[in-house]
Ligand binder design. Structure first.
Ligand code: GLA
Length: 388
């Protein structure tokens, strides 16, 4: 991949001068969905798939962006002096947003650069191609301008760009795990405190298989922000009824059941129920893994999907079909939607010797019901961002 992106860089921007190549991963969340903006826990891992970039510093203020994934758009130019969000500028709003976020916190970004990106994560499929692009940009700028910030700060800068520049009120999960990912480990993160632990994923006889429904979604136009607002309102109602909590993630299932009548709307009650139960499920799932109980981990994945389908209502026919078909197969340990939902990907754990049949059968079942094929990725858990 390094060769591909460097060759393209030379073709587009010439061979002179010094350039450097970097990588940041994509991510898949194993369990803990829509908990990260509710002060709950998440359990994602970084992937070996991700985003590559080759970059060369410029002496002037110009920014020249090129993406191999969007060849047809050619070079998109901007300037570090004009970083306003521009809807028509497409994907470059992500790296521009990161420069904007760094500058907004007083970091000195005083010259431009030429950059070529190449992503091996499918776009808009729920494997965090945009967070990967944000963290990669932050990582590069940290190196280029000697900003001396750690990877968690890079993640927070990426989230700020996404929230305040792109306008999606995402939580911290994606940027955090991409920035702090570790090979063969998932990250058990408490989003209320940003304390985290690595948990080894030792799947001796099983693989993580991602099913891409090929139903595209964009977070901006999905109901993501609506769900977040529903949870905030439910929290407010609980607080007004006297509960001394800062987030839904502080509640146990029992505490929620005792107090839920304070939430005056049935739909909001379901949303809050998901946030509370999913957080507790995530804690149980990590414990199950520690106890080497992969079967229980898989069952909790399925419960997670059902809650996202029935209470949080973010799945849809494509994700439900992918998971239903997955669960019919021999050797499947667990399956659920992953990421924001509304399309995108499902994640499953499948016994290694059954993977081939699993893919064949799920593809057939999905196509018969949905009318087109899903894609499959048998993935490995990889490290966080790095210089190549
Ligand atoms: C998206 C957001 C994350 C998280 C998930 C749902 O991936 O970027 O912050 O909220 O959805 O768990």
């Amino acid at each position: 991949m390094k060769e591909i992106v460097e060759a393209k860089f030379k073709e587009i921007f010439g061979t002179e001068g010094r350039f450097k190549t970097y990588f940041a991963p994509g991510r898949v969340n194993l369990i803990g969905e829509h908990t990260d903006y509710n002060g709950g826990h998440v359990f994602p891992c970084a992937l070996t798939m991700g985003t590559y970039a080759t970059v060369r510093e410029r002496e002037d203020k110009i920014l020249n962006f090129y993406s191999i994934n969007f060849d047809e758009l050619g070079i998109l130019s901007s300037s570090i002096e004009n970083l306003t969000y521009n809807e028509n500028e497409n994907w470059i709003n992500y790296p521009k947003g990161v420069i904007w976020a760094l500058k907004s916190e007083g970091y000195n970004i005083d010259h431009g650069f030429d950059i070529v990106f190449y992503g091996t994560i499918p776009n808009g499929a729920g494997l965090s191609s945009s967070a990967s692009l944000e963290v990669l940009t932050g990582f590069i700028l940290n190196d280029m301008f000697k900003l001396n910030i750690d990877n968690t700060k890079i993640a927070l800068i990426g989230q700020k760009a996404e929230n305040q520049y792109v306008g999606v009120n995402c939580g911290i999960m994606d940027q955090f795990v991409i920035a702090n990912g570790k090979k063969d480990n998932a990250v058990f993160l408490d989003t209320a405190t940003l304390k985290y632990q690595y948990a080894p994923i030792k799947l001796e006889n099983a693989k993580i298989v991602i099913i891409n429904t090929n139903k595209k979604r964009g977070l901006g136009d999905s109901k993501y922000n609506v769900r977040r607002a529903e949870c905030e309102k439910a929290l407010e109602e609980l607080q007004q009824a006297g509960l001394k909590i800062k987030s839904l993630g502080e509640l146990t299932e029992e505490e929620f059941e005792e107090n839920k009548s304070a939430i005056k709307d049935e739909i909001r009650q379901k949303r809050a129920k998901h946030a509370v139960y999913e957080n507790q499920r995530t804690i149980k799932a990590v414990k199950a893994l520690e106890d080497n109980n992969l079967k229980l981990f898989g069952e909790l994945m399925v419960e997670s999907h059902n809650s996202l389908r029935d209470d949080y209502e973010v799945t849809g026919i494509e994700l439900d079909t992918a998971v239903e078909e997955a669960l019919k197969q021999k050797g499947v340990i667990g399956a659920r939607m992953t990421g924001a939902g509304f399309g995108g990907c499902a994640v499953s754990i499948v016994e290694t010797d059954k993977v081939e049949n699993f893919i064949k059968n799920v593809e057939k079942g999905y196509r018969e019901k949905i009318g087109y094929n899903p894609d499959f990725y048998v993935v490995e858990i990889g490290d966080g961002p790095r210089t190549l």
